[in-house]
Ligand binder design. Structure first.
Ligand code: HH2
Length: 270
């Protein structure tokens, strides 16, 4: 899954693709590099980022969704707002990627009535406060329990299990130590029996490990994505598609496995 941030303030690429035509060009580039899904987000979730109104989010997303609609590119929309989810589904999005795991009022209903897939992510608190001293007795157990609860809520609201992916939320209300534990124990998240999405791309924990600023975290990001795939992730959400794809292709070839297409997974969800 390649990331297209249509925002002014995303931590790694804010402002670069805020014009619709640049965002569309970037989406095509990511597909050329080997992305099976493009994930388009119009509101940064960086700690302390400014809130974006529903109207603004729709204004940013709509021209991009329309431009990609007939291109047979599976599009994911990264949003927490039910109104934006409904618009995105109407405009042909295959997947709703919700860092808030459909907790907003009306979010389950917005997805339930459609054939779209949904990614339910764990986040402690909200983006404004999530990094204020996050603490867990057992981070894996708590993330698992939260995700199991959100899957149950989605299913009870009419979202078929086959349409759901889960994400432990690397960097969302977690210290670097928590994040490393999540990657180390990723199979425990997969043990819930649903496809796992994982996103560590360019995040600050990789900076803490490598000592590198955000623009120099490609190698660290590729290493994290590869470890996640090796530990069972079905979808890795990345900014640097080509190097990630190469790393996964080499690992699969060396271990005698074939590359799986996540677009097949998404089609299977519909
Ligand atoms: N991370 C970010 C945003 N959306 N969605 C899922 N499912 N998993 C993630 O780990 C995840 C996500 C944050 O990264 P980015 O979009 O690059 O930054 P920003 O939120 O500043 O736009």
């Amino acid at each position: 899954m390649g990331v297209v941030n249509v925002t002014t303030d995303s931590f790694s690429d804010g402002g670069r693709y805020v014009e619709a035509d640049m965002a569309v060009r970037h989406a095509f580039r990511l597909v050329e590099e080997g992305a099976d899904i493009v994930d388009i987000g119009a509101e940064s979730t960086r700690p302390g980022a400014g809130a974006v109104s529903q109207e603004e989010e729709i204004d940013r997303l709509l021209p991009i969704l329309r431009a990609l609609r007939n291109e047979r590119i599976p599009v994911s929309v990264d949003t927490m707002k039910p109104g934006v989810m409904r618009m995105a589904i109407d405009e042909g999005a295959s997947l709703i990627n919700d860092i808030n795991a459909l907790r907003a009022q009306g979010a389950v209903e917005a997805v339930a009535g459609s054939g779209a897939g949904v990614c339910l992510m764990h986040m402690r608190g909200n983006p404004a406060t999530m990094q204020d001293s996050p603490a867990y007795a057992d981070v894996i157990a708590e993330v698992r329990q939260f995700l199991a609860g959100r899957v149950a809520a989605a299913e009870a609201g009419g979202v078929a299990r086959e349409r759901i992916s889960i994400d432990p939320g690397f960097g969302f209300g977690k210290t670097a130590e928590h994040n490393m534990c999540i990657l180390r124990e990723l199979k425990e998240i997969g043990a819930l029996g649903l496809p796992v999405t994982f996103g560590a791309s360019r995040k600050s924990t990789l900076g803490a490990v490598t000592g590198r600023p955000v623009g120099e975290r490609v190698c660290g990001s590729v290493a994290a994505a590869l470890l996640a795939v090796e530990r069972g992730a079905a979808i890795v959400r990345v900014h640097d598609v080509a190097p990630t794809r190469d790393a996964i292709a080499v690992w699969l070839a060396m271990s005698g496995q074939a590359m799986k297409s996540t677009s097949e997974l998404i089609r299977g969800m519909q």
